[in-house]
Design a protein around this ligand. Structure first.
Ligand code: DON
Length: 556
């Protein structure tokens, strides 16, 4: 069924949802930590809409999941406004500082300086999240920032009990955090140890920074006292930020990418994320196969081959749309996908053009995603990040703000893999004020019967996870089963399929090997997917948080 036909069917229900006094369905929030989901719920209960809730959830995550996102980072907010169907993406991706340069992470011989783009303030790009708060509140929300930021301010001031995953992150990054006195003060004990589970983590400086934003909007962060402290802090930590960089930061509204897959409409993130392009490219390739007519090993093989080709395009073509020209309409066109599909053999893996010795490092749950549906049918899919666990590990004194290490998402040298083993080329090389290419893939999937709001952290694997989640949803799986489903992944280079234990049956493993796929069982599990689904006919709403994490899906 076409998208228009689907719209015609859901039209009357949408109108019903908007009738005064009629609650056609419940609201739902799925986020990576219960206190953040509750912060969103509190704001919805005060009359806020999904966009106000998105501000509240993001700000609360900055406090209670400070390892994954925060005021010192950025992200993408994919929005659907029910009253007029308007869809947009608020691009709050960080930007390279004005003094950044193409080879800034290379030594004189042209070799990457170890960890320079991940650890310490030189790795930090200019944050976008605080600008997104103001933009969301003013343009789409109903409540003032002063109200939406209250739950986060309270959590920062009063503290919250340390939980296992955050403690694990602190232990993992302890040496890095020790190098930043302000970060050590918040996250480590007086003698530099890792606090016990249940220890109350209070962040008074972060509360004050949130209050400055609550009182003055984005200006409270990008100018004045906070900006001065941020710049002084970044420079003390070896960074190159200037007051002018902060003052110049603006979010950009970008038209989401949309495509169709077997009657479903997929809406996803455009560049500077690679997510939407790669997701639509892979789905277009798969649309020419009958995935139900083949055995499970062949089905997985075909999905892997689609991933391989979509990630290749990511590496070759994509970057910040304000800096590079990209053949996006071509990359997401069915004709292009048909060409790619022609090179896929159901019985044989096609080797990627091998580059020697590329090994992706283990990916944790840095970055965070949340999904919101309000009772009027407004939707938010937001993936926000400071990149690796605790970003660059550096907190600017007096601000409570951990700086990101998003500069590592640039290609610091052609064909040199980043922390996620991703390679890139000129399109994603560093330039002043440019946004690094992202894999974050906040998405909506809509059919005639219902819709799904989906996203996850996981670095390069985000795109393949959202692809698998989309296929699962279209196969009729529930939100709870979608977030649980074991994952497998191919990203073109390195040329191997990585899989979670349980993702491939023994027989599938041997058949995939026979087809020439190189398989590698991943250590541990990956991702922290947050899914909300809404069934139009029954009004049933489900919110599910990935069992790999300890988030909460709330429906009310
Ligand atoms: O924007 C990106 O693609 C990355 N900075 C996301 C990092 C991430 O998901 C880390 N998660 N495990």
């Amino acid at each position: 069924m076409s998208w228009l036909a689907a719209l015609a069917i859901i039209g009357p229900l949408a109108a019903y949802a908007d009738s005064p006094g009629v609650a056609a369905h419940k609201s739902a929030i799925a986020s990576a930590y219960p206190l953040a989901s509750q912060a969103g719920q509190e704001i919805l209960a005060q009359g806020g809409n999904a966009f106000d809730a998105a501000v509240a959830v993001s700000a609360a995550l900055a406090v209670v999941e400070p390892s994954s996102s925060g005021l010192g980072g950025g992200g993408f907010y994919l929005l659907h406004r029910q009253s007029d169907g308007f869809e947009t993406m608020v691009d709050a991706r960080e930007k390279a500082p004005g003094a950044a340069s193409r080879d800034m992470y290379l030594d004189k011989a042209g070799n990457p300086i170890p960890n320079a783009s991940t650890d310490g303030a030189l790795a930090a790009a200019i944050p976008g999240e605080p600008a997104a708060f103001e933009y969301l509140a003013l343009r789409f929300g109903k409540l003032p920032l002063k109200q939406s930021l209250q739950p986060a301010i309270r959590l920062a001031r009063n503290g919250f009990p340390l939980y296992a995953r955050l403690q694990g992150g602190i232990r993992f990054k302890r040496d890095l955090l020790l190098r930043s006195p302000a970060a050590a003060k918040v996250f480590l004990t007086g003698n530099g140890g890792v606090p016990e589970i249940g220890a109350i983590i209070k962040q008074p400086n972060l509360a004050a920074t949130l209050e400055a934003i609550a009182d003055q909007g984005a200006k409270g962060f990008y100018t004045g006292r906070v900006a001065q402290d941020l710049v002084a802090g970044a420079r003390a930590g070896g960074g190159i930020w200037t007051l002018a960089d902060l003052a110049a930061y603006k979010v950009v509204e970008r038209k989401p990418l949309a495509g169709e897959y077997r009657g479903a409409r997929i809406v996803s993130a455009p560049p500077p994320s690679s997510g939407g392009v790669a997701l639509l490219d892979a789905l277009n390739i798969l649309s020419g196969f009958d995935l139900h007519a083949v055995d499970s090993a062949t089905r997985k093989h075909l999905i892997i081959e689609a991933m391989r080709r979509a990630y290749r395009d990511r590496a070759l073509y994509l970057g910040d749309p304000d800096f590079v020209r990209m053949p996006i309409p071509l990359l997401i066109s069915p004709d292009y996908a048909a060409g790619q599909r022609a090179s896929i053999r159901p019985d044989r893996a096609m080797p990627s053009d091998l580059l020697p010795g590329i090994e992706p490092r283990a990916v944790g749950m840095q970055t965070t995603h949340f999904s919101v549906l309000d009772a009027r049918g407004n939707l938010v899919a937001a993936t926000i990040t400071i990149n690796l666990f605790f970003g660059c590990g550096y907190m600017a004194a007096n601000t409570g703000v951990l700086l990101n290490d998003e500069m590592d998402d640039f290609s610091i040298k052609a064909a040199t893999p980043n922390a996620f083993g991703l390679v890139g080329d000129e399109a994603n090389e560093i330039a002043p004020n440019k946004r690094p290419l992202s894999s974050m893939t906040p998405s909506f999937v809509r059919t005639s019967k219902g819709l799904m709001i989906i996203g996850t952290p996981g670095g390069s694997r985000i795109i393949s996870m959202v692809l698998l989640g989309t296929l699962d949803y279209l196969n009729g799986m529930s939100a709870a089963d979608i977030v649980k489903d074991p994952r497998y992944h191919h990203q073109y280079l390195p040329d191997e399929v990585e899989y979670e234990s349980g993702a491939l049956a023994e027989s599938e493993i041997s058949q995939l090997k026979e087809k020439g796929q190189t398989l590698k069982e991943g250590r541990g599990r990956w991702g922290n997917m947050q899914v909300v689904t809404w069934d139009f006919a029954s009004g049933k709403v489900e919110a599910a948080s990935d069992p790999r994490g300890e988030g909460a899906g709330l429906v009310y």
